[in-house]
Design a protein around this ligand. Structure first.
Ligand code: BEZ
Length: 208
C-alpha cells in the first residue's frame, strides 16, 4: 500500500506488548508516532526503542502516543524490552506491535524488498488526531532515526495547525515562521496583528 500525506491512516487490530489494540480506538484524540523496525535484539533498533522510551515525557507533552512495530512475536518483544531497559537505562512503556506475519508492515508499505524481503525498514508515520497521515519518512536499516527531527517536525505541524503558518528550513520552536502565500495581506493583518517582515511579497516572516 502506498500511503500518502493526507490519507487516513488505515485501521487494524493487532496484538501488542500492552495487549490487543484497535489502532484507531487506541489512538483516540492523540497524535501518533508510528515507527517500524527490522527486528528485535538488533543494535540500532535497541537504541531507537530506548530513545523513544527516554523521550516519553516529550511525546506526552505534545499529546503524541508512540507505537513501535517489528516483525516478531509479543513474547520476543517482551524479552527484548528487558534488554532495551537494561542497556538504554530507561523504562519502555509504549506498545510494540507484534507483526510476525507482516500483515501491518505490508499494509503500511514498510517492507522494501531492495533492503529486505522479510523485515521492515525504518518507517515513520506521524498521524494527527483526525487519523490523517501528516508526515512519512523512511530510513534504511543501517541508520538510526534522528529523534530531535521527529520532535521538531511534530512541533512544526502542530504550530502550523494552530497558527496557519509554515515553517522555514531548520525551523525550531521560537524561530520566526512564514505566512503562507495563500494568505493575502488583508487577511494577514487580522491573523498576525503583530505584523511581519516582507522580504519578498511571497516571503513574509512573523513571530507567533
Ligand atoms: C540493527 O538494528 O542494528 C539492524 C537491524 C537489521 C539490519 C541492520 C541493522
Amino acid at each position: 500500500m502506498n500511503l500518502k500525506l493526507g490519507d487516513i491512516a488505515l485501521n487494524f487490530q493487532i496484538a501488542t506488548t500492552t495487549g490487543d489494540i484497535d489502532f484507531h480506538d487506541w489512538a483516540g484524540a492523540s497524535w501518533v508516532f508510528f515507527f517500524s523496525h527490522p527486528a528485535d535484539f538488533t543494535p540500532v533498533c535497541t537504541t531507537e526503542m530506548g530513545r523513544t522510551a527516554q523521550l516519553s515525557g516529550e511525546f506526552e507533552a505534545r499529546n503524541v502516543k508512540p507505537l513501535g512495530l517489528s516483525t516478531d512475536s509479543v513474547e520476543e518483544h517482551l524479552k527484548w524490552i528487558e534488554d532495551v531497559n537494561a542497556t538504554q537505562n530507561t523504562t519502555l512503556r509504549f506498545p510494540i506491535v507484534a507483526d510476525k506475519d507482516h500483515e501491518i508492515a505490508q499494509l503500511y508499505g514498510m517492507i522494501h524488498p531492495g533492503e529486505s524481503e522479510t523485515a521492515a525498514v525504518r518507517s515513520v508515520f506521524i498521524i494527527d488526531p483526525n487519523k490523517r497521515i501528516r508526515l512519512t519518512m523512511t530510513y534504511p536499516m543501517s541508520v538510526g532515526r534522528n529523534f530531535t527531527e521527529i520532535l521538531r517536525v511534530i512541533d512544526a505541524l502542530q504550530m502550523g495547525d494552530k497558527h496557519k503558518v509554515a515553517c522555514p528550513a531548520d525551523w525550531k520552536p521560537g524561530d520566526k515562521v512564514i505566512i503562507p502565500p495563500s494568505v493575502a495581506n488583508e487577511q494577514a493583518k487580522d491573523l498576525f496583528p503583530q505584523g511581519w517582515d516582507e522580504i519578498r511579497p511571497y516571503l513574509r516572516m512573523t513571530k507567533v
